[in-house]
Write a protein that binds this ligand. Structure first.
Ligand SMILES: [Fe+2]
Ligand SMILES: [Fe+2]
Length: 482
């Protein structure tokens, strides 16, 4: 009998899935483990591998006290396989199999679909670690450095989570995919990561915070819809990943928020009222608010692309087959089959973005993207309280969803943040107002210097209101030299 609430450490791999009794999967994972460690050393955080980092490690999957905090060297982090508790009598909550008992194995006819979803999700996890690997050298504080590494080790664990499912439920195909996940590299022209946003550079800490706000939030939406899956081990895996994911979005939201706060405070102190007086603001050693808006525009557009095409038969199949549901599926009041329903989708009609009623099943990517946009909008509203409280007249906004898209309906048109289709000349003339330029990047880079003394914060970012694990902001979150 497996005690699902406590994690077994009697194998090399902490787990609550009874690995010590599952010799085949245990062996497969133990065989994969050295390659993972090699990948971590080669492509994980640059430097700091011998530093003691104050990290949380998942120790059980219950609602409270699931993590314990302690100093750990990153290569010794206990990456484990953890599933949320099994719900008794759970049924497939949507699609053609609605109401049937949830599956403990993948139904044969859906193996290819599940494999693809696991690989796509799995590929994003190491991708983001690779993108962020050089950021340790310019961390604005030990607190931020620790948060970066926490996100990194947990993305590593998310890779483990997907690899466990591949190896346990997809046999030899799964083992091959697990190996390939260690071979691809973010931004590599020959063997890139699978999705665009995970091949972009994360050149500085503002990008990192925007990435964790916007792109990890896409991850959250994908995990939420997979957490609804009729394939129960996938549902339970994703439910536990979501527990960790919340911290990643916290890092992004508070990181950008602290940058906004610092800029507004510096403007106030210097008597600068106009946020567009960029030279004066930059002279204070802080990032001007319009540049933050441009960074947000970029990361938002890249993240919208992750939801795929506006109209998608793959999305319909994943739903019909009971594998991937909607955000908060079980809380939605409808028939959970959607056969005769429609959903409003923004499409390009005669060159104009127009709302078109579309069969709901093929519009599921859009529905998830709309839920994502709502979630982003709430976060932006929280950011906007900061200038308002300090008395700076500035509001961050989200561009319209057709802006700067590379996938789907709007991939081949130029659209302003306000949603107007424009010609190439107008785009070329105004792009610098909407997206970060090389000059913006160089200015931000000029501010990126590491602060390695406990309690010290780089000048462009405010200290956090409170530390991690109820510790103060001047706690030594990373012992760099040990
Ligand atoms: Fe993740
Ligand atoms: Fe994440």
């Amino acid at each position: 009998m497996i005690d699902i609430d406590t994690v077994s450490y009697d194998t090399k791999i902490p787990n609550n899935v009874g690995l010590s009794e599952d010799r085949r999967v245990l062996k497969a994972l133990e065989k994969w483990h050295p390659g993972y460690i090699d990948w971590w050393k080669e492509m994980g955080p640059q430097g700091f591998q011998d530093s003691l980092v104050y990290l949380r490690t998942a120790v059980n999957v219950g609602a409270d006290g699931w993590a314990k905090f302690d100093y750990v060297r990153m290569p010794e982090y206990r990456w484990g396989v953890l599933l949320a508790p099994q719900e008794e009598d759970r049924v497939v909550p949507f699609g053609e199999h609605l109401g049937e008992p949830a599956w403990q194995e993948i139904p044969g006819e859906h193996r290819a679909l599940v494999r693809r979803l696991l690989v796509i999700q799995g590929d994003t996890e190491p991708g983001s670690v690779e993108q962020q690997r050089h950021l340790g050298a310019t961390a604005p504080s030990l607190y931020d450095l620790r948060n970066l590494f926490q996100v990194n080790v947990e993305e590593g664990r998310h890779l483990w989570a997907m690899v466990y499912l591949l190896q346990k439920y997809l046999g030899r195909d799964g083992r091959e995919e697990a190996n390939d996940l260690l071979m691809r590299r973010s931004g590599d022209p020959d063997k890139p990561r699978m999705l665009g946003a995970f091949n972009e550079a994360t050149p500085d800490w503002l990008s990192f915070f925007m990435f964790t706000f916007f792109t990890d939030r896409d991850g959250k939406m994908q995990l939420e819809s997979l957490a609804q899956s009729g394939f129960d081990p996938l549902s339970r895996t994703c439910r536990f990943m979501l527990t960790e994911e919340a911290h990643h979005m916290f890092v992004g939201e508070t990181g950008v928020g602290r940058a906004i706060q610092r800029t507004c405070e510096a403007m106030k102190a210097a008597g600068i009222e106009d946020p567009n007086d960029i030279d004066s603001v930059r002279a204070l050693g802080v990032i001007d608010l319009p540049t933050m808006q441009k960074k947000a525009n970029l990361h938002y557009a890249l993240s919208l692309d992750l939801f795929g095409s506006e109209v998608s038969t793959n999305a319909a199949n994943a739903f019909n087959s009971g594998i991937k549901g909607r955000y908060h599926e079980t809380r939605i009041d409808d028939d959970h089959r959607l056969v005769d329903d429609t959903y409003p989708v923004v499409r390009l009609v005669d060159g104009v973005p127009t709302v078109v009623d579309t069969p709901a099943l093929t519009a599921l990517n859009m529905r998830l993207r709309d839920d994502y946009i709502t979630d982003c909008t709430r976060g932006i509203a929280r950011w906007n309280r900061i200038p308002a409280n300090i008395g700076i007249n500035f509001e961050m906004t989200l561009p319209r969803q057709a802006f700067y898209r590379q996938i789907g309906e709007f991939a081949n048109v130029r659209v302003s943040p306000e949603g107007t289709v424009i010609d190439d000349a107008t785009w070329a003339a105004r792009e610098g107002e909407w997206l970060p330029s090389a000059d913006d990047g160089a200015f931000i880079a000029s501010l990126m210097h590491a602060e390695t003394e406990p309690g010290r914060y780089a000048g462009w970012i405010a200290p956090p209101r409170q530390g991690i694990d109820n510790l103060p902001g001047d706690f030594e979150y990373v012992k760099i030299e040990t």
